[in-house]
Design a protein around this ligand. Structure first.
Ligand code: 13P
Ligand code: 13P
Ligand code: MG
Ligand code: MG
Ligand code: MG
Ligand code: MG
Length: 362
């Protein structure tokens, strides 16, 4: 019997501004999911202004009914968000109506289907004020870096390594890399996380799914790419997969990610508890929450709020220091994102206004 874990997320209105989700929306979402006969179990979480629907079922990936349930839940939450005049009500629902599959309609999706093992620990990462490429560095460390993951060296069931499926979000292509032998080639691409994203990781020897992210194709609209948004990622742990602690370890060193303030700035990804998942300073810095569950016949036993552990205090401290340094750069790159990565820009208007003041040099 195969279990599918589906995580679908959307921002359908922030409270206050882009910092959090109003409890009325969380309660509505919980009620909608608990009331559905399609699911084995569900858990509703939020990080910043994004609602994350964590669902287990037996209907497989890309199931129309499951995607419809998530869509209807976000639509119902949007109605409340509109009544409360929350900020950006319905912001991530880009389509007017649901049409079979939620992909491309705005919400982010990560799903994996597998035979539940004797014990099935999973970690669900959810981030705000960043983009899907934010998982590239931690996924590389978890599944390919022996200085992070001891099991790659000392566990016979992991020693052969993992396969990485990487997507080019602009050309809409995919390519597989085999670690460790292809890592230098792979890093050429995944070191550019605004374009190349790790979509899936597979155990090399068994072919089992190990991780999946909410990476979505980018659509060129109005001269800029849209479809990058606050991402989620599911990772299976233990028994041939990395240990829970190996999966969490990369987040002890906050790396720089894109998506802070107006989606147009770079900043450190701070690991936080659910309670601390309320980005406020300059609408950030970007946050990541890690919820752990043991699956039991599809039931979600948990969650454990991993980054509530005081062992992550130092990472938060480091993130605050990096945040202050990045903020000191103000409107200069690399705090401000490169021109073609900004969500907001005044460049066309300013160029137009000043066009007569530009002199051609020869
Ligand atoms: P325990 O001995 O506590 O089960 O830990 C096993 C382990 O390898 C943790 O990484
Ligand atoms: P969200 O993508 O989380 O809505 O944040 C928007 C933003 O740019 C806040 O400054
Ligand atoms: Mg928002
Ligand atoms: Mg958000
Ligand atoms: Mg958003
Ligand atoms: Mg954003």
């Amino acid at each position: 019997k195969k279990i599918t874990v589906t995580v679908i997320k959307a921002d359908v209105g922030g409270c206050v501004g882009h910092s959090s989700v109003h409890s009325a929306l969380i309660e509505k979402a919980q009620g909608m999911l608990k009331g559905s006969s399609l699911l084995i179990d569900s858990y509703v979480a939020h990080v910043g202004d994004d609602i994350n629907l964590i669902m287990t079922h037996e209907l497989g990936r890309n199931n129309g009914e499951i995607h419809q349930l998530a869509w209807d839940t976000f639509v119902a939450c949007t109605e409340i968000a509109k009544k409360l005049k929350l900020y950006g009500a319905g912001q991530d629902l880009l389509a007017d109506a649901f049409s079979g599959n939620i992909k491309g309609l705005g919400p982010g999706v990560a799903e994996m289907e597998f035979e539940e093992r004797k014990s099935e620990p999973i970690v669900i990462f959810m981030a705000d004020k960043t983009e899907p490429g934010a998982w590239n560095l931690p996924l590389y460390k978890i599944f390919a870096d022996p200085f992070n993951t001891a099991g790659l060296v000392i566990d016979p069931s992991m020693h052969d390594g993992f396969i990485f499926e990487v997507r080019d979000l602009i050309e809409n292509t995919r390519v597989n890399f085999s670690a460790p032998e292809d890592i230098y080639d792979m890093l050429v691409f995944i070191g550019a996380p605004g374009r190349y994203c790790i979509k899936r990781v597979f155990h090399k020897k068994t072919g089992e799914i190990a991780a999946v992210s909410s990476t979505q194709r980018l659509n060129l609209m109005a001269g800029r790419y849209v479809g990058k948004d606050d991402p989620v990622c599911i990772v299976r742990c233990q028994s041939g997969m990395p240990a829970v602690g190996e999966v969490l370890e990369p987040f002890t060193k906050p790396h720089l990610v894109s998506g802070w303030m107006r989606g147009s700035h770079s900043g450190p990804l701070m690991p936080v508890s659910m309670q601390q998942a309320t980005p406020s300073r300059f609408d950030g810095p970007p946050r990541v929450v890690a919820l752990g569950f043991q699956l039991a016949d599809g039931k979600l036993i948990g969650p454990q709020d991993f980054f509530a552990d005081p062992a992550f205090d130092q990472a938060r401290q480091m993130a605050n220091e990096i945040a202050s340094y990045m903020r000191s750069l103000g409107p200069f790159e690399p705090h401000r994102l490169h021109l073609d990565e900004m969500e907001y820009t005044t460049m066309p208007q300013v160029l137009k206004k000043l066009k007569d003041r530009f002199e051609k040099l020869r």
